[in-house]
Write a protein that binds this ligand. Sequence first.
Ligand code: SF4
Ligand code: SF4
Ligand code: SF4
Length: 272
Amino acid sequence: MKKYLPPILMLVIFEAVAVTLWQTKDNIFYLFNFSYIGCSIALGMFLFIRKHRNARRIVQLLVGLYMLIYLGLICRENMQIEGFWYYLFTGVFEAATIHYAVAKIFGPLIFGRGWCGYACWTAMVLDFLPYKTPSHERKNLGWIRYVTFAASLIFVAALFLAHVGNIERIMFWAFIIGNAVYYAVGIAMAYAFKDNRAFCKYFCPITVFLKPMSYFARIRVTCDKEKCISCGKCARVCPMDVDVRDNSRNRKNGTECILCMECVKNCPADAL
Ligand code: SF4
Ligand code: SF4
Ligand code: SF4
């Protein structure tokens, strides 16, 4: 029974957030939203403990589809980075800003880049592609993320500075077009680099928030050196090129870990 404590704890944390936001914002949407996400993540953790091989993918689909279709297309909430800038400029602490605060800015201090492994609707599609582990060395293209990050900020700032009317409608279309572009670029990069996660490594603007915050993550995969037999399998199966055998925070690509647990599942010595 003790092994099921983590999913129960996760559910309790999400329920606490759900009830707090419901009461403070006087909006029952938050109760539904965070309860749904908490249940999905707890279910995934439960399945992982039961050694279900698709546990992560199930959470990714449950949360990713909910955010993309229900929040994005039906509720017309732009949860992309330009939506975050938009709500920040208008001074509204609502869905997109709360989402960024929880999942991408402060949450990573606890669960690192769990968002990237279990909830992102872009990676949800990219993970279906054939290149699950990179076959080539990582390229020196991380600078692209700063260009896309700046472009998203300049785009929204320009709308405000030019006093463009009906920005909310523009944000909805920016969400649709932005996602279409992300999927097209992500799929093209996956095939070009033979790496499903090339988009995450080089292009995604959100990593500008995620990487520095996840450096301090409480939840990390660490290696028991006493058990490790140096077979190198963890490095071969890692989609993000993390040197998980090094326990220091400065380990190679340490801020790239998406907690997918592929290394843990494949370690023959149970050292991770
Ligand atoms: S790096 Fe960006 S695209 Fe990749 S999983 Fe994370 S948020 Fe999604
Ligand atoms: S897979 Fe396990 S045993 Fe092999 S190198 Fe990695 S941590 Fe060590
Ligand atoms: S394989 Fe291990 S080190 Fe690599 S991203 Fe997944 S959890 Fe992190």
